[in-house]
Design a protein around this ligand. Sequence first.
Ligand SMILES: *Cc1c(COP(=O)(O)O)cnc(C)c1O
Length: 385
Amino acid sequence: MYSNILRHPGPTPIPKKVELAMAQNMISHRSEEFVKLYRETTERVKPIFGTKQDILLLPSGGTAALEAAVVNTVTPGDEVVVITVGAFGDYFVSICEKYGLKVHNLEKNWGEACTKEELIDFLKPISNIKAVFATYNETSTGILNPVEQLAEVVREHSDALFIVDGVSGIGGAPAEMDEWGIDILVTGSQKAMMLPPGLALLAVSEKAWKVIEANGSTAYYLNLLSYRDWAAKGMTPNTPAVSLIMGLSAVCDLIEEEGGFSKTVERHNVMKNMVRESMKALSIELLTSDEFASPTITTIRTPEGLDLATYLGHLKKKYHLDFAGGLNHLQGKVFRFGHMGYCFPSDVLQAVSLMEAGLQDFSYQFKPGAGVQAAQNVYLSSIRK
Ligand SMILES: *Cc1c(COP(=O)(O)O)cnc(C)c1O
């Protein structure tokens, strides 16, 4: 069967080079070959996180790594702050509540970011906070939280750890974990990292390691200290997702071939602007402001007069273009255009063009070609620079 054009925020398309890397002969996770693969690959991932710390690899989805970030750093009864700007912030709230933490929830309307000033005001009346949790790239709304500034606030106004869910951002959005002062940064394989689901990546600051050591977590499979001990030997405590790590090595090749991670970030930025300008040209509203817009996913309001489920179903059936719908209360009101990982300006031009074809089928009033032209203008000015 021919594949759909998967413009989702994960899982996302996989490059052929990565697929072929994952099809190699299996190796033992206790072999010299594995140690070499593990050491070289985790070293090459560091620029994507902006860290000198070890990159730890969990054979899991992103959620397990979020849970690891919670259960290793705090103990039941501790007070924590969770910054929620959409559906994925609620993951941290749920994990923290299940674990018996006292959660102070800084909740924003969906489509807004958390600003520095808001976090300062929120932290003022609370003391004894052990950790502040935030989402970097909120996948439900397409917001990129200003985590660099939030990290600074956490540092200046508390002794808390700053723990960031980078799933769907890391791999496409800029990240300077060490410089910004993020204590734990987590991501998953199937969003901007160009891999199938099943591998989580995280890094831990020196400050957080001290807290984790003192904490003596009760976690077994998600025990980060045991991941650290094994990482020193170039291995993982249990059987890792060997094929996905082979794929990750090919992902690093591709990013290096692109000219390094900063080029990958630039490409995502161009695609973000292409999508946004094309929707403006089609008079279709965006959920978020340009200021905090995600470079990996754009959330778009239902075009005026259309039934969203019918329109998206039509795009998928007739043009094989597959967008993601809205989550929770935004269902039916917005759809999500993923432009992360293995996605290029040419893919954005294709998707905008097919979107326009679908709009014509439903007699939406617009100037045909206006969206494509706007996207093309952004693209051409980016390469003529
Ligand atoms: C997808 C996602 C998660 C959950 O990851 P899973 O791999 O589904 O467990 C968490 N946070 C964000 C921001 C995400 O986009």
